[in-house]
Design a protein around this ligand. Structure first.
Ligand SMILES: NC(=O)c1ccc[n+]([C@@H]2O[C@H](COP(=O)([O-])OP(=O)(O)OC[C@H]3O[C@@H](n4cnc5c(N)ncnc54)[C@H](O)[C@@H]3O)[C@@H](O)[C@H]2O)c1
Length: 254
């Protein structure tokens, strides 16, 4: 079950955290993995891990926010069977503490980056007769997370794009679903704790762990397992759905 043998998968942001875990697992399941990362260096540790386990992997330096770069990269890769829109950046702020520059930056990567990859992927899916798209949304798409205005706005858009694409391409055998994790322990989390709460890291880490009723953060490998299921043929009856993976955050808090 859950084999990706003979499938070509593109994973954006596959150099770190959730994207790295997805890339490693997909390669283990037989996929030819194509990582889109800001630089070849940022993809290197994933490439090394997959190569060491005998998997097939290619790294492409590509900023998902740049339309022409994304289209050219997808054309170079050619026909695909799986796309995971994972690349994303974080931001802390309420609407009145979010600068226009920061808002535009978050939208450029977290919304336009997903649009760019969806746009570029459709012709490549058509060559394969269809396939599966998995988008990284967030619990922020579902509930108002305090102090995350731009990030929540962007992740709401990711969930809506998922529905739109699922409807528009259902007759072309392209499935599209999203995953909504609560806090997952990745460099993304460590980075924003260090940046926004310097000197207070341990206390904030503990607080963020306890914000999931289950009492801890998720592991990147747990998100990767769900992504694998949704990308696999075993999930062939699933499209236009979002899957929270959140230690009870959405339904069990309060
Ligand atoms: N970690 C969490 O708690 C959490 C929770 C919910 C959703 N998510 C979502 O999961 C996804 C991955 O998060 P993560 O925690 O693994 O992040 P991460 O920062 O560890 O990794 C993100 C990767 O994306 C790459 N990237 C960033 N901007 C890019 C761009 N413009 N073009 C190409 N690559 C780019 C980075 O180089 C990095 O390797 C994000 O979309 C994030 O919003 C994360």
């Amino acid at each position: 079950m859950f084999s990706l043998k003979d499938k070509k998968a593109i994973i954006t942001g596959g150099g770190s955290g959730i994207g790295k875990a997805i890339s490693v697992l997909f390669a283990k399941q037989g996929a030819e993995v194509h990582i889109l990362e800001l630089t070849a260096e940022s993809a290197q540790s994933t490439v090394d891990e997959i190569t060491a386990q005998g998997g097939k992997v290619f790294a492409h330096a590509c900023n998902v926010a740049q339309h022409d770069e994304v289209v050219a990269t997808f054309e170079k890769i050619g026909n695909i069977h799986v796309l995971v829109n994972n690349a994303g950046i974080a931001h802390v702020g309420k609407v009145d503490t979010t600068s226009e520059t920061d808002f535009d930056r978050i939208m450029a990567v977290n919304v336009k980056g997903v649009y760019n990859c969806l746009f570029a992927s459709i012709p490549q899916f058509r060559k394969s007769g269809g396939g599966a798209i998995v988008n990284l949304a967030s619990i922020a798409s579902w509930v108002g997370i305090p102090d995350r205005f731009a990030y929540s706005t962007a992740k709401g858009a990711v969930m809506s794009m998922t529905l739109s694409v699922a409807k528009d391409y259902i007759n072309e055998n392209i499935r599209c679903n999203s995953i909504s994790p609560a806090r997952v322990h990745t460099p993304f989390v460590d980075g924003f704790i260090a940046k926004n709460y310097p000197g207070n890291e341990a206390e904030i880490f503990d607080k963020l762990s306890k914000s999931q009723p289950i009492g801890r953060m998720g592991k990147p490998e747990e998100i990767a397992t769900l992504a694998l299921f949704l990308a696999s043929d075993e999930a062939g009856f699933i499209t236009g759905s979002d899957y929270p993976i959140d230690g009870g955050f959405i339904k069990l808090n309060n």
